[in-house]
Design a protein around this ligand. Structure first.
Ligand SMILES: NC(=O)c1ccc[n+]([C@@H]2O[C@H](COP(=O)([O-])OP(=O)(O)OC[C@H]3O[C@@H](n4cnc5c(N)ncnc54)[C@H](OP(=O)(O)O)[C@@H]3O)[C@@H](O)[C@H]2O)c1
Length: 314
């Protein structure tokens, strides 16, 4: 079968790979579309924090496709060395979620790793309460643009979108953000002040896929009992945090990874996201790319797509 194969750590190549065979508790899925995520780039590069996959392996951690009985499903965590960016993927039978009618393949992929990492930090990790004020960092990325919409759908009051790209920040406003803060290299107390101005006070929740200087400044803009949910490190692997910013407001920094969310929590969240998407309340800009162009897709994902989700079609 055709697949995006990581032969050497770096960029996958489109070539033939062995067909998967289902063992006990596994199923082979005919893939219709597979996502490209920062985690896939890191795994292919051999730099993901959980360790290196033995070579060679097929890239891709999520997709949509059909089961042998014809049902359309979303799937994640394919069984290595098989991955999602291939004509067929091997997955555990309990790692599939049946898709509702009317949900486009590309959008169904976008609701997976990106959608869950936007929704779960708000609904599950932050326990967002109606009317709370939310700051979304990295709001120009796929996760961030979904988080802006998710915050509103979950009943947030004021939602502030922060990011580098001006055009993508405009899209965040179109998706419901009440105000924006441009991340133009300003840091420290000046950035904290800009966040506080946009909040009209302080934040209850910060959604943080960036870390680094933006997260450090955002901590200072949390009000009493505020929660910063740490999801990714697009702006830096380390951050210099002020003690006062944490203890002075009883602030909490809570981590989030989709990998450690219980299956039932993930599945319920995915179904809710899918309902919103089918009803038109949640949208993502999706671009389909042929599997043979996987190297180009990798380069574009690394360069940054300002909120556009790439899905590879085998
Ligand atoms: N914990 C989890 O389970 C989980 C799941 C999914 C994703 N993530 C992580 O969440 C992050 C975002 O994912 P994504 O899918 O939204 O990726 P994405 O679409 O590529 O977006 C990346 C975002 O980071 C911003 N960014 C990149 N470098 C930056 C820098 N130096 N300073 C400030 N902003 C910077 C981008 O801004 P521009 O638009 O200006 O380029 C964009 O807003 C990634 O780190 C990813 O690994 C974690």
């Amino acid at each position: 079968m055709r697949a995006a194969v990581v032969e050497q750590y770096g960029t996958p190549v489109a070539r033939e790979f062995d067909e998967p065979t289902a063992g006990e508790g596994q199923v082979v899925i005919a893939v219709a579309a597979a996502g490209v995520n920062p985690v896939d780039v890191a795994r292919a590069a051999g730099t993901f924090y959980s360790g290196r996959d033995p070579l060679p392996f097929v890239a891709g951690g999520e997709g949509v496709g059909t089961l042998p009985d014809g049902r359309r499903v979303y799937f994640d965590r394919p069984v290595t060395p098989f991955g999602a960016i291939a004509e067929r993927a091997l997955v555990r039978s309990d790692a599939t979620i049946e898709l509702p009618d009317g949900l486009d393949d590309g959008l169904a992929v976008a609701l997976g790793i990106s959608g869950l990492a936007a929704w779960l930090p708000l609904a599950w990790r932050a326990d967002l309460r109606p009317g709370e004020t939310v700051l979304v960092l990295g709001a120009t990325g796929v996760l961030g643009l979904i988080a802006v919409q998710a915050a509103k759908l979950l009943g947030a009051g004021r939602v502030v979108a922060a990011g580098r790209d001006a055009a993508a920040l405009e899209r965040a406003v179109a998706h419901g953000a009440d105000a924006t803060v441009r991340l133009d290299g300003t840091s420290g107390s000046a950035l904290t002040d800009a966040f506080r101005d946009a909040a009209g006070g302080a934040f209850d929740v910060v959604i943080d896929p960036l870390w680094g200087a933006p997260a450090a400044a955002a901590l200072g803009a949390l009000g009493r009992g505020g929660r910063l949910i740490q999801i990714g490190q697009s702006a830096g692997t380390t951050a210099e945090l002020s003690s006062a910013a944490i203890r002075g407001t009883l602030a909490e920094i809570r981590g989030h990874t989709n990998f450690l969310a219980p299956a039932g929590v993930k599945e319920a969240a995915y179904r809710t996201l899918a309902e919103h998407a089918v009803a038109g309340r949640l949208t993502v800009e999706v671009e389909r790319v042929a599997l043979r162009d996987v190297a180009d897709a990798w380069a574009r994902q690394q360069a940054g797509l300002h909120g556009r989700k790439l899905v590879l079609v085998p």
